[in-house]
Design a protein around this ligand. Structure first.
Ligand code: XMP
Length: 508
């Protein structure tokens, strides 16, 4: 197992994912983790991070990690930590390097086997190593950074200033592969597809003859979790789907049909749309809307759970929590956890269930692979992310039944055209938003005064940053013309060309 120590880099998760994709187990640990708890460690990677090693309160390299006596690779901040620890010097760089750069590589070491003398890499740093620690040799340099990598073969310690884990580093995966197999001599121990059978077996053992309740949404995580449970315990699973009325067009029916066809005997759809709309009436503040939805959701779920509990004794509550939701250490993961907390239903303590999380060790792409192994339809597995509060965060201002319907219609046309143009799978997330500002238009001979629809499509890796998708103009034209012609109440369509940051992906 390769441990990734997370010093707060937005790429820490990416490192672990890359290692797992080489077939080797990898876990993210916090710098404070008690190393005595670590088992089967074959190597350690120190991640990057936003801090500066020469500042007082920055995270430090703990002695106990070095005592494990396994190979270490430091990346960016991780490299600077190693430099400082072994007596080198790190200082602020006069010129920051951010983005793609060429580095010069010394190939005479195991880490850089198979690389060329010049390599394109991704750098993102404001500090640099100015003096090498004793007994370490420099192995790469960049334009403004003479020491962009170093190593000590006896100690089995390697360090690079660039990020091998990001795709812009063209041979980054070779560097990680060299570290994992040539330097750590790690064994292949990770195969996601095989995990499905193991999870099902473990679930059976854990649950025994008890009953389990799961809340499902239509999203990928709960879909895969529910299906794993269904294979494990069959009719002892109770799946509850609360329709808050803020879903995409026809989605509630599709979810119901899907689960019923899948043989879920205890599938319960609760239509709470009227209640949600009543509670949202007159509310315009974005946070206010989110709070109402979150609170109402839990209330409805609690009532259903209580009613079910009276009839059948249910011992477990299952959640579709995935690995990134669980990690609390680095800054990026904290952020991810915050985003997710909206839709990962956290049950009030008074409902006395034991919690099971069948997907807690997996990344989203791995969850999809498990779903493929379960032969779940690709269309459901590769669906764009959809926020817990649903279309409410895509209708600026008040959510009324009329505005909801307008948005559902416009969004359905947009997604249909993206699929027809074979663009849907190239986009990370696409949707329509309703801007309830009226503007003047003309249809036939009459003047109109109607709402505006904004189309959003972004590319992204994890939703933390995003770029707007460079949509072909003919597709935009078709979508715009269909929306103004087919959706009553809309006379203007715009395309959103803002990145995140500074904008967010959703509108509220
Ligand atoms: P933002 O709008 O913050 O969105 O750029 C980033 C990603 O998170 C999703 N998102 C949410 N997901 N509950 C969720 O489950 C929410 O309240 C929520 N808000 C945003 C959003 O769709 C995007 O994929």
């Amino acid at each position: 197992m390769i441990a990734v120590v997370d010093y707060g880099s937005q790429y820490s998760h990416l490192i672990a994912r890359r290692i797992r994709s080489l077939g080797v187990a990898s876990e993210i640990i916090s710098p404070q983790k008690n190393t005595l708890e670590l088992k089967n460690i074959e190597g350690i990677i120190l991640s990057g991070g936003p801090s500066s090693v020469y500042k007082n309160r920055s995270p430090r390299l703990s002695d106990s990690l070095l005592k494990l006596n396994v190979p270490i690779l430091g990346i960016c901040y991780g490299m600077q930590l190693l430099a400082e620890y072994f007596g080198g010097r790190v200082a602020k760089s006069k010129s920051r390097e951010y983005g793609k750069e060429t580095i010069f590589v010394n190939q005479g070491n195991d880490l850089f086997k198979g690389l060329s003398k010049r390599e394109t890499v991704w750098l993102s740093h404001g500090d640099k190593v100015e003096k090498l620690p004793k007994e370490f040799r420099s192995i790469s340099s960049s334009r403004s950074c003479p020491i962009a990598g170093f190593f000590n073969r006896n100690k089995n310690i390697y360090a690079v200033q660039f990020h091998p884990e990001v795709v812009h580093t063209e041979n980054g995966q070779t560097v990680l592969k060299n570290f994992v197999f040539k330097i750590c001599r790690a064994k292949k121990s990770w195969n996601v597809k095989d995990q499905a059978t193991k999870i099902i077996k473990d679930l059976r053992e854990e649950i025994g003859s008890e009953k389990v309740l799961i809340g499902v949404s239509g999203g990928v995580d709960s879909l895969v979790a529910a299906n794993l449970l269904h294979r494990a315990i069959g009719n002892k699973l109770y799946a509850v789907f609360i329709d808050h009325g803020l879903l995409r067009k026809d989605e509630a029916e599709e979810v119901e049909v899907f689960y019923k066809k899948g043989g879920f005997k205890h599938f319960l759809k609760v239509d709470a749309s009227k209640l949600f709309l009543k509670k949202l009436k007159g509310v315009t503040d974005p946070e206010g809307k989110r709070k109402i939805i979150g609170y109402t959701f839990i209330k409805v779920f609690e009532d259903v759970a209580k009613t079910l509990g009276k009839k059948d004794k249910i011992a477990f509550f299952a959640q579709g929590t995935i690995y990134p939701d669980r990690i609390e250490s680095g800054a990026s993961s904290k952020q991810a956890a915050k985003i997710k907390s909206h839709h990962n239903l956290v049950l009030p303590k008074k409902l006395k269930f034991q919690v099971i999380e069948p997907l807690a060790d997996f990344y989203k792409d791995e969850v999809r692979e498990i779903g493929e192994r379960l032969r779940l339809p690709k269309e459901s597995l590769f669906r764009h992310p959809f926020p817990g509060p649903g279309l409410a965060v895509r209708i600026l201002g008040e959510v009324s039944p009329n505005r909801l319907e307008i948005l559902q219609e416009a969004d359905a046309i947009y997604i249909e055209e993206l699929k027809r143009a074979k663009l849907y799978d190239k986009i990370w997330q696409a949707f329509a938003a309703l801007v309830p500002v009226k503007s003047v238009g003309v249809m036939g001979d009459s003047r109109t005064y109607q709402y505006m629809i904004s189309l959003r499509a972004v590319t992204s890796v994890d939703g933390m940053t995003a770029d707007w998708f460079k949509m072909p103009l003919d597709v935009l034209e078709r979508v715009s013309s269909r929306i103004v012609n087919e959706v009553k109440g809309v006379n203007r369509v715009v395309y959103d060309i803002t990145q995140k940051p500074p904008a967010t992906i959703e509108y509220e």
